[in-house]
Design a protein around this ligand. Structure first.
Ligand code: C2E
Ligand code: CA
Ligand code: CA
Ligand code: CA
Length: 284
């Protein structure tokens, strides 16, 4: 029994070491990628549910390591949060997107709103009101064409600080969206204390909207309906993320959801492809 115990401990320990080494290796690669400007931003268009008008885009990070290939944000964002690299990474994305927005304006593309994700740790560590304010000035970018996406938990970690920071940026005209809404715990009372503009219905509720499974679908529909009601009650815009089918979109239209994004309309696309969308978009 003793042998077994040691054997399995050693096995576990090897696994543990390997996983730790992999993470260290991956964060070193990520650090180099940031330094070498080797990351990319893709843009996923956001549309008006009612008339299909292109309204904006969410900026999403893409990283391809020369040896390991593409690594998903679902993997490297949590890692960047654990190592603190998110501070640099988050700053890099903000600069890159605002710079791109500036270029599109200068080139005469129709104005749209660009949404950038701000992670919880980034929000806690960086005075983003100063950082974003500076970038808006550097690139003479109109504040109301920038939206910051932030989760409920990031706001709730220190609500009064969060409120101050949002307030300062809101005064300049920056918009705020609550990301993954419905997965956290904010109540209506808490929500109305923050100057936010948009609620993003989490994809997990959109998935079941038009499923055959009548029970599950009814649940997701009531959740989506409540979020639309709550959002509109507070004077906010409601956007559904992860819309993949015409059926889901039809349900969202019925529920009065304002905006949407998802593979049904378009995947996140590289800059050049997004420019083509901007050029051909009806109504912009
Ligand atoms: P998120 O902010 O909730 O972003 C939406 C995710 O859903 C993106 O995954 C997007 O590609 C994906 N998506 C959009 N429409 C559909 C759809 O119709 N079907 C499916 N199956 N997926 C869809 P992605 O790009 O892999 O990003 C994952 C997460 O990584 C993001 O979730 C966000 O939390 C984080 N992330 C990505 N880029 C950044 C960034 O620049 N900064 C920070 N802090 N986080 C980022
Ligand atoms: Ca997001
Ligand atoms: Ca989201
Ligand atoms: Ca999500």
């Amino acid at each position: 029994a003793k042998m077994d115990g040691r054997g399995s401990y050693r096995y576990y320990s090897d696994e543990f070491t390997r996983a730790a080494r992999e993470r260290i290796d991956l964060s070193a690669r990520l650090r180099r990628a940031i330094e070498a400007d080797a990351l990319e931003v893709h843009y996923q268009p956001q549309y008006n549910v009612e008339d299909g008008r292109l309204l904006g885009a969410e900026a999403l990070l893409r990283w391809t390591d020369p040896e390991l290939g593409p690594i998903s944000p679902g993997r490297f964002i949590p890692l960047a949060e654990q190592t603190g690299l998110i501070v640099e990474l988050g700053g890099w994305v903000l600069r890159r997107v605002i710079e791109q927005g500036h270029r599109w304006r200068a080139a005469g593309y129709p104005p749209i709103r660009l949404a950038v994700n701000v992670s919880a740790l980034q929000f806690q560590r960086v005075p983003i009101d100063q950082q974003v304010g500076q970038l808006l000035e550097d690139f003479e970018f109109p504040a109301d064409q920038l939206e910051l996406e932030i989760t409920e938990s990031a706001l709730m970690a220190d609500p009064s600080r969060a409120r101050r920071i949002l307030q300062r940026l809101r005064e300049r005209g920056v918009h705020f969206a609550i990301d993954d809404f419905g997965t956290g715990y904010s109540s209506m009372a808490q929500l109305k204390r923050f100057p936010v503009d948009t609620l993003k219905i989490d994809k997990s509720f959109v998935d079941g909207l038009a499923e055959d499974d009548a029970a599950g679908s009814a649940d997701d529909r009531s959740i989506a309906r409540s979020i639309v009601g709550l959002g509109h009650g507070l004077g906010l815009t409601v956007l559904a993320e992860g819309v993949e089918t015409a059926e889901q979109l039809a349900v969202l239209r019925e529920l009065g959801c304002d905006h949407y994004q998802g593979f049904y309309a378009s995947r996140p696309v590289p800059t050049l492809e997004f420019e083509a969308l901007l050029t051909s978009a009806p109504g912009t």
